[in-house]
Design a protein around this ligand. Structure first.
Ligand SMILES: *Cc1c(COP(=O)(O)O)cnc(C)c1O
Length: 458
């Protein structure tokens, strides 16, 4: 049940079809290049695109803008301690800033970093440090047809084989991403987190939780892991984080803010050195250790947002809304990855466009057509975003938090159903120009359709 109502509104409009065709052409058929006022329902990402609460806006007015020793930082520290159980934090401007601070302090050239599945910026940061990111998802995690309660889990045996091969001294850290963003937002069980803890003790590695979506994961744990059936989401959130030595948080996700992030580091003598190194690196790249690239008002908003994220009223509504969209799309004949994850519905574009080879980017074909048909912006996560990774060609429809109502999502369902109806006729795409770093290609490459689109002017 919706446990909030609107108090401020933002106008949006659906440009007509001709405008949409022109906008898509001008954007090089890459929806990252579209102006947001040309988008009707924007499901590009749920990162920093949510709606803040009146309590967050009120806290912003009292943000302490002091360069050092900001009271808003003290508030954020207290929230991170209460909500996540991390008493030491290093703030950063967003999650990737936190990744730069942490992985830059942990990873050396030649190191190997196992992760259930590296999120794109995480992969890029490990590579940037000269490390080698290795994905260790469980069987079926990347298979759109698989089913299971915890398809986001980390496969410890797979990681053990990697460690046996390269030697434990080359593995400084093991990362678990919860929920597993790049594996369709599937959750990770607490049992799995405990197993990874034991594995890290065995090989002497630092256990990092990429906790950007800690609240969504906690909701699924409570729903699916019998041990936690009677727990609060807040209690599960703390429990799952309690096993990690360090964590990465993007406040743009379950911090319910528009910007911000931090590294959490365990308050124990074994991590004093890591904490010091992280703080030094943060001063260089992010800002002094009591603001880290955020304004005082941002720190204040995140401090309130973290607490709101683990309230039952918020998180239940959030996950239910995403699930509702998944179910309606499924009923409308749009192939979606089941079970539906925490922050997004993943459309199986490969299944929708069997006439297109992966190299012709069926995901991008669907993304472009969703925009052309209904001004809906999603994002390709397949061969275009992950060149050569041999992953299924998916399109992610990520739902901003507390932002869209059911009629917006009904428009998305109608649009996607129209795309599915003529999916057999969608053209493939080819890359015209791309940036040097392959890991970041989907953010800025230009593409060209290999044939005219159904219903287009050409
Ligand atoms: C979003 C995200 C990040 C990066 O955070 P930004 O705030 O976008 O820089 C890192 N890891 C995961 C799992 C994420 O979802």
């Amino acid at each position: 049940m919706r446990a909030y109502r609107a108090k401020m509104v933002e106008s949006i409009r659906l440009p007509d079809r001709e405008e949409r065709e022109a906008a898509l052409d001008a954007a090089g058929h890459n929806v990252f290049n579209l102006d947001s006022d040309a988008v009707y329902v924007d499901l590009l990402t749920d990162s920093g695109t949510g709606t803040m609460s009146d309590a967050q806006w009120a806290a912003m007015m009292q943000g302490d803008e002091a360069y050092a020793g900001s009271g808003s930082f003290t508030d954020l520290e207290a929230a991170a301690s209460d909500v996540l159980g991390f008493d030491r934090i290093v703030p950063a401007h967003q999650g990737r800033g936190a990744e730069n601070v942490l992985y830059g302090s942990l990873v050396e050239p030649g190191d190997v970093v196992p992760n259930n599945t590296h999120f794109d910026t995480t992969r890029a940061h490990v590579v940037e440090q000269g490390g080698e990111p290795v994905d260790c998802p469980v069987e079926g995690a990347l298979d759109p047809g698989a089913s299971g309660d915890f398809l986001g889990n980390f496969d410890v045996e797979r990681a053990r084989a990697v460690v046996d091969e390269v030697g434990a001294d080359r593995v400084p850290a093991v990362v678990v991403t919860l929920t597993n963003n790049s594996a369709a937002g599937q959750p990770v069980s607490v049992a799995n987190v405990r197993a990874v803890r034991e594995f890290c003790d065995e090989i002497g590695a630092t256990f990092v939780l990429d906790a950007c979506r800690f609240a969504e994961n906690a909701h699924f744990v409570r729903e699916r892991e019998p041990e936690f059936a009677d727990s609060t989401v807040a209690a599960v959130a703390r429990e799952q984080l309690s096993y990690a030595d360090a964590c990465i948080v993007s406040a743009k996700k379950d911090g319910l803010a528009n910007v911000g992030g931090f590294v959490g580091i365990r308050d124990a003598p074994a991590f004093d050195d890591l904490f010091e190194r992280a703080k030094q690196r943060a001063i260089l790249y992010e800002g002094f250790t009591t603001y880290g690239g955020m304004a005082g008002r941002d720190l204040a908003a995140v401090a309130v947002g973290l607490r709101e994220a683990v309230t039952d009223a918020y998180i239940t509504d959030r996950v239910e809304q995403v699930r509702w969209l998944g179910e309606r799309l499924d009923e409308a004949g749009v192939p979606v990855v089941r079970p539906v994850g925490g922050h997004a519905v993943y459309v199986d574009a490969g299944a929708m466009c069997p006439h297109l080879r992966s190299e012709e980017f069926p995901g991008q074909a669907v993304v472009c057509d969703l925009y052309r048909e209904g001004g809906v912006r999603g994002v390709e996560l397949g061969e275009f975003a992950f060149p050569g990774a041999d992953r299924p060609d998916l399109v992610r429809l990520a739902i901003p938090r507390r932002t869209y109502a059911r009629d917006h999502l009904e428009h998305v369902v109608e649009t996607a159903a129209a795309v599915a109806d003529h999916a057999d006729d969608l053209p493939g795409y080819e890359v015209v120009s791309e940036p040097p770093m392959a890991e970041l290609r989907h953010f800025s490459a230009d593409l060209r359709p290999l044939a005219p689109s159904p219903g287009s002017e050409e």
